[in-house]
Design a protein around this ligand. Sequence first.
Ligand SMILES: Nc1ncnc2c1ncn2[C@@H]1O[C@H](COP(=O)(O)OP(=O)(O)OP(=O)(O)O)[C@@H](O)[C@H]1O
Ligand SMILES: [Mg+2]
Length: 243
Amino acid sequence: MNALHVDNLHVEADGKEIIHGLSLTVCPGEIHGIMGPNGSGKSTLVNALLGHPSFVITKGSVVVDGVDVTRMSPEKRARHGLFLSLQHVPEIPGVTVANFLRAALAAQTGKEIRPIEFYKALEEKMKIFSIDPSFASRYLNVGFSGGEKKKIEILQMSLLLPRYAILDEIDSGLDVDALKVVSRGINQFHTKKNAVLLITHYNRILEYVTPDKIHVMSHGIIAETGDKTLAEHIEEKGYTAYV
Ligand SMILES: Nc1ncnc2c1ncn2[C@@H]1O[C@H](COP(=O)(O)OP(=O)(O)OP(=O)(O)O)[C@@H](O)[C@H]1O
Ligand SMILES: [Mg+2]
């Protein structure tokens, strides 16, 4: 069956186990939300799925559409359909937004895309996301505001069209208008053939992007899974029941 299967995942950073046996299945056509208090392990999960070298998977597996990617490099994972947007995206001086996106596309598809075609697609997407065209020639994330970085992430997702998009706090620090632009980008991207895993602290983005399931992480495991009413419940009561 096509799905992103995370099975009994254990993850260590600096020799300390942070994720203690986490299982999760996300199927194409679905949107899942992951919530949880600060320090519960959400970003650690994302980094482990990304294949970040500082986050070691000591046990368990990550399987994408039947392919075990647990030991694969981040590039290979991307080829198998994973896309991860980090809570804190790096700045890359010397590499323009346009060149970065073109290289990411080439890495994912394994073939070069003609510059003319690429710039046309890029221009269209930038318009959709209300990003000033001058950003194409700026160095990636250098001097970008928090909201601008997040919009570039969504732009990247909408160009790469991964099958599984995992977004870590894509809504944090966004003003109302940017939140709407980002939400619209997610909704336009989402089809029956792909899935979105949205990590968030707030119910706010979930008013625009409707999740099929909500998972609450606590102390490195999924403590509870429910429907979107669980997010409303958390908004009201906080995480005290899980801490
Ligand atoms: N490289 C590391 N070395 C040691 N501990 C780490 C490392 N990375 C994360 N941790 C610890 O793991 C725990 C989980 O961190 P993580 O960033 O995954 O939390 P989070 O749920 O994303 O929190 P937030 O909501 O604040 O973003 C924290 O206690 C953190 O200090
Ligand atoms: Mg985090």
